[in-house]
Design a protein around this ligand. Structure first.
Ligand code: MG
Length: 158
C-alpha cells in the first residue's frame, strides 16, 4: 500500500537579515513574518506528509496561536510529524519540494537542504529532492513580497 500527499505554504517577508528554508539559514536583505521560524519548505513538507497519512494539517497539530510553537524550529516540527506518520504505520519513500522565491537565491543551498531534510526524515539523501524557481516577476511572489513552497511525499506501509 502506498499513499501520496501534497503540501503548500507561503510566508510574507518583513524586515530582517535572514530566512530559514529547508532547515538552512540563508543570509538575506529580509526576514520572514511567522509564528515559528517561518520555514516554508518544511511547513509544506509537513503538510505533504500529514496529507499522505491522512493526519490533517500542520495548523491542527501546531496551532499558530499556541505559544508552545512561537519561534519553533521547523526541523523539530518535522520530526514530530514523522513520528506521527510512523505511528500511523507508514514509512517515507521519497519527498520532492519546490521553493518559489525571487530572493534570496535558493540554488546554492539546495544540497544543504537535502541533507537536513534527509536526516530529519531518516531517509537517504537520494530520497529527497529540492528544486528552486523564481515567479518570473509576476504577482506578489514576483514582487518579492514573500516566499512559497510546494511539496509532495510518498509513503508506503511499514
Ligand atoms: Mg508556514
Amino acid at each position: 500500500m502506498m499513499r501520496i500527499g501534497h503540501g503548500y505554504d507561503v510566508h510574507a517577508f518583513e524586515a530582517g537579515d535572514h530566512v530559514i528554508v529547508g532547515g538552512v539559514r540563508i543570509p538575506a536583505p529580509v526576514g520572514v513574518r511567522a509564528h515559528s521560524d517561518g520555514d516554508v519548505a518544511l511547513h509544506a513538507l509537513c503538510d505533504a506528509l500529514l496529507g499522505a497519512a491522512a493526519l490533517g494539517d500542520i495548523g491542527r497539530h501546531f496551532p499558530d496561536d499556541d505559544p508552545a510553537w512561537s519561534g519553533a524550529d521547523s526541523i523539530g516540527l518535522l520530526a514530530r510529524v514523522l513520528a506521527g506518520v510512523h505511528a500511523a504505520g507508514w514509512s517515507v519513500v521519497n519527498v520532492d519540494l519546490t521553493v518559489v522565491a525571487e530572493r534570496p537565491r535558493i540554488g546554492p543551498h539546495v544540497e544543504g537542504m537535502r541533507a537536513r531534510i534527509a536526516g530529519a526524515l531518516q531517509v537517504p539523501v537520494s530520497a529527497v529532492n529540492v528544486k528552486a524557481t523564481t515567479h518570473e516577476g509576476i504577482g506578489a511572489l514576483g514582487r518579492s513580497e514573500g516566499i512559497a513552497a510546494h511539496a509532495v511525499a510518498l509513503l508506503e506501509g511499514r
